[in-house]
Design a protein around this ligand. Structure first.
Ligand SMILES: Nc1ncnc2c1ncn2[C@@H]1O[C@H](COP(=O)(O)OP(=O)(O)O)[C@@H](O)[C@H]1O
Ligand SMILES: [Mg+2]
Length: 343
């Protein structure tokens, strides 16, 4: 099969830790055709959606190590029609460009897109956790989303907790996630001005969230495929930061899912599948769902290191089975059509 990874450019890949590279590597190892295209390189040519792609040339022998594969792989540039691919694997970093999805709308019936366009539209920022309708905060921490600074200040003042988390809707890798302490109330208005109001007069929504006790011991990243957990790890913050993201200095350790975490996956899995969110990374602290990452969830390379596994194999098995289902349905319909035509 042929797969187009819609993501950052080939030379921006981190060959040591990149989950996208692990997925690409597994595809090349299985002799699938692989191309990369950055969202800015989608083009409509004579009413056909094309992509300026970086195509990975077939290799006689594919090295086992990611770093060696990345070093040895040779690439070429080609303009290719998107509808000719079997799979589009969305791996671009947030924020999502909604216009890019309009380019993909034209091929969504022909190509298996992971995650689905509908799912990406609904879940591309941290508001998606609200879609689980958890008004009693059983699975999601108490969360406010607003751009009304007066409301936010009031919530901080009224909260019984002495610390809270403030974060932007669209961040990733821990960027802009700050711990605010009630004892430092004199800073809060200035912080909100900075987060909410832009210099051009526009404004941003922010998330104000209950600080989950125990977060200093780390959070848990769980990867879900088709609604089921396929890997998990604990991320422990560095000594000088409250965030557990590896890109913010966190370190990684093994983690066996607790009963509570398994129940959480069972509870959210069916909705994720229904929304076409087949490959997702969730962040969990103290059994509560902090974030659902659907754009370019990472963690595979770290899980592989601590568990000596290859989590990417399950993901590629899954997309192969989806493509096979599509081909079977197409064959069946062709057979039935010719039966009718020849009648
Ligand atoms: N409510 C919270 N309580 C405690 N720590 C939190 C909370 N929200 C976020 N954090 C910390 O900040 C990190 C990044 O937050 P997250 O919401 O996952 O945003 P990002 O998209 O930047 O990863 C988390 O992994 C966790 O360590
Ligand atoms: Mg996160």
């Amino acid at each position: 099969m042929n797969i187009c990874f819609l993501m950052y450019p080939w030379d921006e890949i981190d060959p040591e830790n990149d989950t996208s590279l692990a997925l690409i590597h597994e595809c090349v190892r299985r002799d699938h055709g692989v191309a990369l295209c950055s969202p800015a390189n989608l083009t409509i040519r004579n009413s056909v959606t094309n992509a300026f792609c970086t195509v990975i040339n077939r290799m006689d022998k594919v090295p086992g190590s990611l770093k060696t594969f990345y070093r040895q792989a040779s690439i070429r540039e080609e303009m290719l029609p998107l509808a000719g691919f079997d799979v589009i694997f969305m791996r671009a970093n947030p924020p999502l460009d909604p216009l890019m999805l309009n380019f993909l709308d034209s091929v969504k019936d022909d190509v298996f897109i992971i995650n689905s366009l509908q799912g990406l539209r609904e879940a591309n920022n941290k508001l998606y956790t609200a879609a689980f309708g958890d008004s009693h905060s059983n699975i999601i921490p108490v969360t406010h989303v607003s751009k009304n600074k007066k409301y936010l200040v009031q919530q901080i003042k009224e909260s019984k907790a002495d610390k809270m988390i403030l974060k932007p809707l669209n961040g990733y890798g821990g960027s802009g996630v700050i711990l605010i302490e009630k004892s430092a109330m004199s800073n809060i208005k200035s912080l909100l001005d900075f987060y909410v109001t832009n210099s051009d007069g526009t404004s941003n929504y922010v998330i104000l969230q209950e600080y989950i006790e125990g977060a200093d011991q780390g959070d848990v990243r769980i990867l879900l495929l088709n609604g089921e957990p396929i890997g998990a790890m604990r991320r422990v913050p560095g000594s000088d930061d409250h965030r557990s993201n590896v890109s913010a200095g966190g370190s990684v350790a093994k983690h066996t899912l607790t009963k509570e975490e398994k129940a959480l996956c069972k509870q959210i899995g069916p909705k994720l599948v229904k929304d076409g969110l087949y490959f997702v990374g969730i962040d969990v602290i103290g059994g509560k769902l902090v974030e659902v990452n659907v754009m370019s969830p990472g963690g595979i390379t770290y899980m592989n290191k601590v568990y000596k596994t290859k989590v990417q194999c399950q993901v590629i098995d899954f997309i192969e089975s989806k493509v096979l289902d599509k081909l079977k349905a197409f064959d069946r319909r062709s057979r039935l059509r010719s039966e009718v035509e020849n009648a």
